[in-house]
Design a protein around this ligand. Structure first.
Ligand SMILES: [Zn+2]
Length: 311
């Protein structure tokens, strides 16, 4: 009896040390620690970053490095640079932003000496002038340390549909598939390595942020990505995976759309839709993180599909 009590106490201490107390949802899986993973020779992804867990990928060549997404603050971006320096002392030749969100771009100023900061033209618009300042102010509401240092630095080389970039042995195809997570997403396809760096078009086992997204078109964009010959998928958030993580993301969005449009067809209000769809999605995706974002996902879908219903 005594030993059973000790065992329970020891288990409870381990659980507390592991962060089991204080989570908004005790049933939600825990966030992982930041780490750098080698995706392929000379391609690395830093996953589960601090502050906000957006991923950064860097490629190392004899001619310099390429960094894809620059994290949420200059301080976090300098950590990326420190990681790059473990592999090369060559300059960072290019930075690429997969989209405009601050957790992928607010470290841009650390890479302003590179030959170019590249993104889709709509990502530049979203970070230019008052748009960029508004976006920074929105991020400041999350109280992420280090944001005061941010000088919004929009990409300075933009493209519309497709761009190709060659550096050392690498050939990167920057592809804009249409609207999706934002109106200016870039997926980076390295055909020769059957690899896609998908940005936030793919969240791996995390409920996606959809508030600047277009759910129907996002599903279409993911179908186009799925058609590419690729094996390795680097998501914008979560662990590096393979084709199924892309397909799971698409299925999540399809289910979100289907459940919300079914409620719209019944004439349900937003509140009724939330109450009906939330428990279903929470149960189906209970092993994903960010379950609290499901309400905002439902809201965005309700808005998008109620407008489409009228037109
Ligand atoms: Zn994003």
């Amino acid at each position: 009896m005594v030993s059973a009590r000790i065992k329970i106490a020891a288990w409870a201490v381990l659980w507390i040390l592991a962060g089991g107390v204080g989570l908004a949802n005790a049933d939600e899986p825990m966030a992982a620690e930041p780490r750098t993973v080698r995706v392929l020779d000379n391609i690395y992804t830093i996953v589960h970053g601090n502050g906000i867990d957006s991923n950064t990928t860097f490629l190392v060549t004899d001619e310099g490095a390429i960094v894809i997404d620059t994290r949420v603050t200059p301080g976090e971006a300098r950590k990326v640079l420190d990681e790059i320096r473990k592999h090369t002392d060559k300059p960072v030749k290019y930075a690429i932003n997969t989209h405009f969100h601050g957790d992928h771009t607010f470290g841009n100023q650390v890479f302003r000496e590179s030959a170019a900061i590249i993104a889709h033209k709509n990502a530049r618009s979203a970070l230019s002038g008052s748009n960029g300042l508004d976006h920074l102010n929105f991020f400041k509401t999350f109280n992420i340390p280090g944001l005061d240092e941010v000088k919004v630095t929009p990409p300075n080389l933009v493209y519309e549909d497709r761009m190709e970039l060659y550096l050392g042995p690498f050939h990167l195809q920057l592809i804009h598939l249409g609207r999706g997570h934002t109106d200016g997403d870039t997926a980076i396809y390295i055909k020769e390595l059957r690899t896609i760096i998908a940005g936030d078009l793919v969240f791996n086992k995390k409920i996606p942020y959809v508030s600047s997204g277009y759910i129907d078109e996002w599903i279409d964009s993911l179908s186009k990505l799925e058609d590419l010959d690729a094996e390795i998928i680097v998501p914008g958030h979560g662990d590096v995976g393979d084709k199924p993580i892309l397909i799971r993301m698409k299925h999540y969005l399809i289910e979100l759309r289907n459940y919300v449009t079914a409620e719209l067809a019944k004439g349900s209000s937003l509140q009724q839709t939330r109450d009906a769809v939330r428990p279903v999605l929470r149960e189906k995706y209970r092993d994903w993180l960010n379950l609290d974002w499901i309400d905002a996902n439902i809201e965005r879908a309700y808005l998008e599909f109620s407008v489409k219903k009228k037109t």
